[in-house]
Write a protein that binds this ligand. Structure first.
Ligand SMILES: [Zn+2]
Length: 128
């Protein structure tokens, strides 16, 4: 999905972008157009409130049920903590200064976990 999105945003032939083919700007096939139309339709039918497909989230059919879940963004949590500390000290950022957060290995760890590590963790959580 992300490859299709980036292909469409960059105006590249979706099949060439997804499959890493040469000449991504060459003539679009029928399938490239179908991919682009499908992506466009998917985007236009995604709810801007909840991110679900509108044919589900705006459908009054009682056969549809929604579950609410939560997640934690630890980077945002750390940034929020820093902002609260700064507010307590009444210390604003300097003019033109921006705050950002990045992931770094914790002390005693040499590398950050990989994407695969994260998805393995999620898969194991789902099994538990
Ligand atoms: Zn919605």
């Amino acid at each position: 999905m992300t490859h299709l999105k980036s292909a469409c945003e960059l105006g590249l032939r979706p099949s060439a972008h997804i499959l890493a083919l040469k000449k991504p700007n060459s003539n679009w096939s029928e399938w490239d157009h179908k991919f682009a139309v499908a992506f466009s339709r998917l985007n236009s039918e995604m709810c801007d409130k909840c991110g679900n497909a509108i044919w589900l989230c705006r459908n009054p059919d009682s056969a549809i049920r929604f579950e609410v879940d939560t997640y934690v963004c630890y980077a945002d949590k750390e940034l929020s903590k820093r902002r609260k500390e700064r507010q307590k000290k009444k210390k604003d950022l300097k003019d033109g200064e921006y705050e950002f957060v990045r992931a770094v290995p914790d002390s005693g760890v040499s590398e950050l976990p990989t994407r695969d590590d994260y998805y393995d963790y999620i898969a194991n959580q789902a099994k538990a």
